[in-house]
Structures are given as C-alpha cells and as structure tokens.
Design a protein around this ligand. Structure first.
Ligand code: NAD
Length: 496
C-alpha cells in the first residue's frame, strides 16, 4: 500500500562524486584515509554509496587525547570574550555556508533541505549562545565569617570533554556538544555518527576558519563502542556528553563511573501528547502532523503517543490519517518534499516490525504502515507516514521508542487516566498537551513527568532553554545556562 504522494526523485546525487571531503580532524590536522580502516557512507535517498569514511586508529585517538590534554591550559586561560569571538565568527561562517552545509546534511541524513537549512541556523545560534554564556560563568563571594577572611566560589572548566553525537541532527548535535565545551573553556573530542560525518566536519571547518587554535577540537570516527571505550577510559577525559539510545547511554555511564567522570545523557523519549476536547481540532492536527513527520519522526522529542479525548477522538484520527496520506514523501533535495527517507535501513525494518506487532495486538492502521515508493529512487529508505489507533499497552510500540514516522492515537475519558498513561513509561523527555483551559494547563505543568513540556505548542527548544530529560531519558541538560554548567566544576577558596 502506498498511501503518500511521492515526489519525483531527479536530484543529482551520484555515487561517482564525493558529496563531502571525508577526513578525520585530529589535533588541528585534516587526516585522510591512508592505510586506515574505513566504511562506506550511504545516501538514504538513493541507497548509493556516496563516500568512504576513514576510521581513527588507536594512535589517532591517542593523538586527539594528547592534543585535548596539552591545549586545555592554553584554551582555558584565554579570556572568555576571546573564546566567544571565535565561536561568533564560526556562527557567521556557518550562516554564510548554509546552502553547502544543508545540502551535505540532506544528502547524508535524508531530511528535507528546509529542515537542514533550519539546522544550520540553529547551530549558529547555539555557538552565539555559548559565546555569550561563557562570559557569565560567575562565581560568588561569601559573606565574611571574620575580618580578613575571604571566601570565594569560582567556576572552572571541567577539563577535556568527549562528545558522542547521533545522526538525526548531524549539524546541531555536534554543534551543541562542541559549543558547550569550547564556551566553558574546555577542549573537546567529538565522535559524530559515522552515517552523517560530512555535516559535523563542516562544523569543525567553520571553527578552524574562525581561528580556533589547533588541538582544541578533534573530530574522530570509527566503531562507536571502540572509540567511546578508548576515549572514556582515558584519564584525559573529564566529562562525557552523549545523545543516543537509553541502552547505549547506560553502557557509557558505567564506563564513565570507572573514572568518576561527569556525564550529560540525552537519551530517547516516547513523547505523549494529550489533546483535550476544548481545542480547535483542525489547528491541532495541522501542527501535529508537521511535528510528527519532521525528519521522518527520527527526533528524540517527536510526539508519539496521542491521547485524545473521546468526544473528538474519531474526528482526530480521521483528520490525522487524511493529512498523513497527503504528506509528500521524497528525496529531501527535491523542492516540495515534506518528508525525506529514514536515515538507514535499520529504521525501515524497525517500522515494519513495530507495525506488524501492533496489528497482531489489535491495533488499527489508518494510513501508511508500509515502506513508501518514490519515483526514480527505488533503493531509498522511504517509509509512509503512518497512523495507528487503538493500540493496547501490550504492543511493543507502546513501550519502545519507535523513532520513525508513526503516530499512535488512543482515546481517553478523564484527566487522571490521561496523565497516568502519559507517565506510564520509564521515559521522560518531552510531553505535549493541547487545551484552552488555564486550570488544566496548570495541572499538566505539575503532573507530566518530562524534562520539556509544550503546551499548545511543539516548540520546546531554543538555545537559551535547557534541553534534557528525566527518568530513563537521561540527566543533565544541553543549552540554556545548564548547558554551560555541565562543562564547569565548582571550586571554593578560603583566604585568611
Ligand atoms: P544505536 O543505538 O546503535 O546508535 C545511536 C547513536 O549512538 C549513533 O549515533 C551511534 O553511533 C551511537 N552509538 C552506538 N553505540 C555506541 C557506543 N557504544 N559508544 C558511543 N556511541 C555509540 O541506534 P541506531 O540504530 O543508530 O538508532 C536508533 C536508536 O537510537 C533509536 O531508536 C533511538 O532510541 C536512538 N537515537 C536517539 C537519538 C536522540 O536524539 N536521543 C538520536 C539517534 C538515535
């Protein structure tokens, strides 16, 4: 069944031409493959191999560690406004290079060009935020206990940071980790996802061109478990920032615990959305469909479980399904595409598994439920925007993060049961609700268990707001003042 309109795929992506210059960036040097191991990078839109990514050897990782260690004293000693000047210049360069970087992100990740352009702008804003926030790493002077005694609290950079960024925001995820570390005065080694290396390398290039001293940042790739084990086990690394799945986050925390290292863990979610019966249904549907199918649902704060008041339930399901069927799936490079392919074939296989399982538990499929066919792109990883309803809690998709273009819609009759369902899972990243009642809004704010809550809105993240979850969705926040704080330690000094 092909329920979505497909756009014609005629964009010029060819395996013959590299889409980006794939290298390692170690201690300020661009390192080509040479005799290193490597892996192919595949276009999700076409299924073609588009580049070959070198893997860092053990020696490469050690050089990155040495550079992070040796350059830390100089970078932390640089005045925050000087560090900020470099970050701001890098932000300007990102903006100037928007078309080039957005195209790389679309080619390697699949998202639409419009989404990729937005992500470049977001990354520039993140750098600007940390450029400014680094100047506000304030300490404090405590009231004296006796004459001649001075007691001060200072904030200092924690030390070299290792960041592990996933593929779904190939520009923004590395920018968050690098921006926080550099703004706080820390050196940084980042391992972006091997599926989307070109975007992260462009972020590093912007920093290099902005005058970042050699060795303050390294970008490495390889077998994720090998690279993370090597970096986290090194005494050089003092803090870890990971975005990815809950199971991998738990593994990395165990490794970090061996060295008592600071961790920021931004893990998965299973976003509940409560829709009450006092809303403008069409308006909520228009917002919901765009939010659900953004980046083919591969967003950690994606709305996933819709709990809709029984009085508007049938209308909501029908309206969602009609909009999903009309959503245009295609190559993200092609003008007019609303949803690109999924990032890799693991995700399309996961969708098939989740949907078959939901059906076997009695769930109904109102739209999609199958891979999508896109003209001219027979081997791309496309999936149809999918709407399920009446899925029982025993189905896997009601318990595991689907990370794909699937909306699940179930009815509720009263506030307490809706909250109970919303909070049922061990996840607590993002939650959303739509209502016009001020009283309900207050109760939702109090009772929803999530790190970020959107009421009458899906806009829950700007660089000045903390981004992070509770429960098994992780701990610590990126961005906001909390994002800088994650890269700082507190020192108390008493003088008499
Ligand atoms: P995965 O768990 O294999 O990989 C997710 C990310 O973690 C990738 O970037 C990968 O390179 C990295 N990773 C995996 N093992 C690692 C290790 N031992 N050390 C360091 N990094 C490691 O899963 P996947 O198939 O690529 O993605 C699917 C799942 O990942 C989703 O279901 C979702 O839960 C999660 N995910 C979450 C986010 C997020 O924004 N929180 C982003 C991407 C993926």
């Amino acid at each position: 069944m092909q329920s979505s309109k497909a756009t014609s795929g005629l964009a010029p992506v060819s395996g013959a031409e590299p889409y980006a210059d794939l290298k390692l960036f170690i201690a300020g040097e661009w390192v080509a493959k040479g005799s290193r191991k490597s892996q192919p990078v595949v276009s999700p839109a076409t299924g073609e191999v588009i580049g070959e990514l070198p893997h860092a050897s053990t020696e490469d990782l050690d050089r990155a560690l040495e550079a992070a260690r040796d350059n830390f004293p100089k970078w932390r000693a640089l005045a925050p406004h000087e560090r900020g000047r470099i970050l701001r210049k890098a932000a300007d360069l990102l903006r100037e290079r928007t078309e080039r970087i957005a195209r790389i992100a679309t080619i390697e990740e699949g998202k639409t060009l419009a989404e990729a352009r937005w992500e470049v702008g977001l990354s520039a804003e993140i750098f600007e935020w940390y450029a400014e926030e680094g100047r506000r790493a304030y300490g404090r002077v405590l009231p004296q206990r006796a004459s001649g005694v001075r007691m001060t609290v200072v904030k200092e950079p924690v030390g070299p940071v290792a960041g592990f960024a996933p593929w779904n925001f190939p520009i923004g995820n590395p920018a968050r980790k690098i921006g926080a570390a550099l703004g706080a005065g820390c050196t940084c080694i980042v391992k972006p996802a091997e599926e989307t290396p070109g975007s992260a390398l462009e972020v590093a290039r912007a920093l290099e061109d902005a005058g970042l001293p050699k060795g303050v940042l390294s970008v490495v790739f390889g077998v994720p478990a090998f690279v993370s084990t090597h970096l986290i086990s090194s005494p050089v690394i003092r803090a870890i920032s990971f975005t990815g799945s809950v199971p991998v986050g738990k593994q990395l925390m165990k490794l970090a615990a061996e060295g008592m290292k600071r961790t920021t863990m931004e893990l998965g979610g299973h976003g509940p959305v409560l829709v009450f019966d006092d809303v403008d249904v069409d308006q909520v549907l228009d917002l919901s469909v765009a939010a659900k199918y953004r980046n083919a649902g591969q967003v950690c704060v994606s709305p996933t479980r819709y709990y809709v008041h029984e009085r508007i339930y049938d209308r909501f399901v029908e309206g969602f399904a009609a909009r999903a069927k009309a959503w245009r799936v295609g190559d993200g490079l092609v003008e007019g595409t609303q949803m690109g392919p999924m990032a890799n074939p693991r995700r399309t296989a996961a969708m098939d598994m989740f949907i078959a399982d939901a059906r076997s538990h009695g769930g109904k499929v109102h739209a999609g439920g199958t891979p999508a066919k896109v003209e001219g792109r027979p081997n791309g990883f496309y999936y149809s925007p999918t709407v399920l309803s009446d899925v029982p809690n025993s189905a896997r998709i009601m318990n595991e993060e689907p990370f794909g273009p699937v909306a699940i819609i179930n009815p509720f009759s009263d506030f307490d049961s809706a909250i109970r369902e919303a909070n049922r899972l061990p996840y607590g990243l993002a939650a959303y609700a739509f209502t016009r009642s001020a009283k309900t809004v207050n109760l939702l704010g109090e009772q929803l268990e999530a790190g970020m809550i959107g009421i009458n809105s899906y806009q829950i993240s700007v660089p000045e707001s903390p981004f992070g979850g509770v429960k098994e969705s992780g701990h610590g926040s990126e961005e906001g003042i909390e994002g800088l704080e994650a890269c700082l330690v507190t020192k108390f000094i008493t003088e008499s």
